[in-house]
Design a protein around this ligand. Structure first.
Ligand code: ADP
Ligand code: MG
Length: 344
């Protein structure tokens, strides 16, 4: 009688593991950490999951140090203090800079990593928020020009008065590095969340697609919907992520428009990009947010290698046609599917 009871119990305990991943060695392993100023979680399934997670965490720590804008000894710290001289940096830094520069070109300058002094003037680098005077912004914008940054081989050169920060692309690049580690360890099923940047490898252990929530920019504790993906990055930029309310009662957020050095206010409050590369999706989400509703749609039509979910400042949801079927609404809101051959 006792044995039988034990068997039933162990059956109940083992079942979820079996359905999750096949056998005990293959259960979903996870790691949580705080890095790059945000909470991160990594989940992986496979015989080498433990080793993959440890290696991923180590790589995140290395990239955190390499890309840190506050650490004077980091690659970015050295570039910002080099006074126009060439600086020897890691291959990761050159690679992430090249992605940022490509996006700067493809977005007509909307993604601009050399806005750092302007971000500092607004207090977004310290949390000591203020509204800078128009003249102050204008003077700082003169040195914000990504086309003057040269990244080749293992060397970067940046003009003396220009300072860069990788806030718009570092997490997506880091996600790609983690996914490479997963691949090297034969992991066929993984999901990572680096401060709201979600990246997936393969499908869930049971073969179904991953479900990723899309935050409601008007009520960030809740979702407007979910999207089903396999092998995709789902990366969002929104005006609700970091902001302050000025003495004038207006909200000022952390994504700036290089055209005027002020929070980008071109009709969008949230941009989610779904695509294959984390670095590109991260760069794109920031760029498209700045580009605004019309230009983001045009950018999507030109490109063809990503999909997007936009929320406009007047509360409309826009889905590109390649992702519409994978989207499940959780909230009712006016919705339109953006077609590739539609005339703007
Ligand atoms: P988050 O880091 O909140 O996920 P983003 O990927 O959109 O969001 O990156 C926003 C960060 O990028 C800002 O905190 C700032 O450091 C930097 N940034 C702000 N505006 C721009 C811009 N136009 N181009 C490039 N980087 C920007
Ligand atoms: Mg981004």
């Amino acid at each position: 009688m006792k044995n039988k009871y034990m068997k039933v119990l162990s059956g109940i305990c083992v079942m979820p593991l079996l359905t999750a991943c096949g056998n005990r060695a293959d259960t979903m392993q996870s790691a949580d950490l705080f890095a790059m100023d945000t909470y991160m979680s990594i989940k992986a399934c496979g015989p080498e999951a433990d080793a993959a997670l440890a290696e991923a965490e180590a790589k995140i720590r290395v990239l955190e140090q390499t890309f840190s804008v506050t650490d004077e000894a980091s690659d970015i710290g050295k570039i910002n203090r080099a006074d126009g001289q060439p600086v020897a940096v890691s291959a990761d830094t050159v690679s992430v800079l090249q992605t940022a520069q490509k996006m700067n070109r493809e977005s007509g300058g909307a993604l601009c990593i050399s806005l750092y002094p302007v971000l500092r003037a607004w207090g977004f680098t310290t949390g000591e928020y203020r509204i800078p005077a128009a003249d102050e912004i204008k003077a700082l914008l003169r040195n914000a020009d990504d086309t003057q940054i040269f990244a080749e081989g293992r060397t970067v050169r940046c003009p003396a008065d220009t300072e860069i920060d990788l806030g718009a692309v570092a997490k997506g690049y880091t996600g790609d590095a983690v996914m490479e580690i997963m691949q090297a360890h034969g992991i066929s099923s993984a999901i990572i969340n680096l401060g709201g940047n979600v990246q997936t490898r393969g499908s869930r252990p049971d073969g179904t697609a991953w479900t990723v929530g899309i935050t409601d920019p008007f009520a960030p504790d809740s979702l407007i919907g979910t999207v089903s993906v396999t092998d995709r990055a789902v990366i969002t930029s929104g005006n609700y992520e970091r902001y302050f309310t000025g003495e004038d009662g207006r909200r000022y957020w952390h994504i700036l428009d290089p055209a005027d050095g002020c929070p980008a206010d071109n009709g969008l409050v949230s941009v989610t990009v779904i695509g294959g590369s984390g670095a590109e999706c991260d760069a794109l989400s920031t760029a498209l947010f700045v580009e605004g509703t019309q230009q983001a749609a045009e950018h999507w039509r030109r490109s063809g290698d990503f999909e997007m979910i936009l929320v406009t400042s007047d509360g409309e949801l826009l889905l590109t046609e390649g992702i519409a079927a994978d989207y499940t609404a959780k909230k009712e809101m006016p919705c339109r599917v953006v077609q590739r051959d539609e005339k703007p």
